[in-house]
Write a protein that binds this ligand. Structure first.
Ligand SMILES: Cc1cc2nc3c(=O)[nH]c(=O)nc-3n(C[C@H](O)[C@H](O)[C@H](O)COP(=O)(O)O)c2cc1C
Length: 190
């Protein structure tokens, strides 16, 4: 079941409208909040945006190539701050823990039949202003939300059209999985 959800989750860019209910906000937030965090610090913060006015404002922040995001029905701003989580031996855990929470939220969204597509291509300062975020909070990503459209959106580039139809390739296990020690590549049986 989990494996199915993992395989099903995709960062689709052809989005159809969907209405994000309070119940959905609750399901997504609960999924995120159940993930582990250092000392249970729960450093993640989310701003759900679903009003037409603010979605319109956010459009001004999207980078070139992210025009497909204009069709978002909702956006989830992912926010944290290093000081809100463990800072141990030169390691800051806020981004790690927030990332885990977002991973869980993406899977919950997939189960609800929603698309949640993270983007880094946006004007951070402007988005923070639009969302009234305090200056010391870090806006890591915007999750562009909608429902997968049956037809390809016209604003997609040829490359984006391609990735819409098949998942971008993943590295071979040999490149990132080691056994016993660094450099000892794992060779999968399949
Ligand atoms: C932190 C982050 C930033 C991303 N930024 C963008 C972006 O600005 N625009 C975009 O179209 N996709 C963006 N993506 C989506 C990735 O391109 C996508 O996840 C990757 O190609 C793998 O495809 P998949 O999620 O469908 O498996 C981003 C994903 C992540 C996690």
């Amino acid at each position: 079941m989990l494996q199915e959800l993992l395989e099903k989750r995709r960062s689709y860019r052809s989005l159809a409208p969907v209405s994000l209910s309070d119940e959905m906000v609750e399901t997504l937030s609960r999924a995120a909040s159940l993930m582990p965090s250092c000392f249970n610090n729960q450093p993640w913060r989310f701003v759900f945006v679903r009003s037409a006015e603010r979605l319109e404002e956010l459009k001004k922040t999207y980078s070139k190539g992210n025009e497909w995001a204009y069709r978002a029905s909702f956006v989830v701003a992912v926010v944290t701050r290093l000081a809100d989580d463990c800072q141990l031996q030169g390691k800051d855990y806020a981004f790690f823990d927030t990332g885990m929470a977002v991973g869980s939220m993406l899977l919950a969204a997939t189960e609800l039949g929603l698309v949640l597509h993270p983007i880094a291509g946006f004007d951070t300062a402007l988005a923070k202003q639009i969302l009234h975020l305090p200056l010391d909070m870090v806006l890591i990503t915007l999750l562009i939300g909608g429902r997968k459209s049956d037809t390809l959106s016209p604003e997609l580039s040829p490359h984006q059209r391609e990735t819409e139809l098949s998942r971008p390739a993943r590295k071979a296990f040999e490149e990132f999985v080691f056994i016993e020690k660094w450099g000892e590549a794992f060779h999968p049986i399949s």
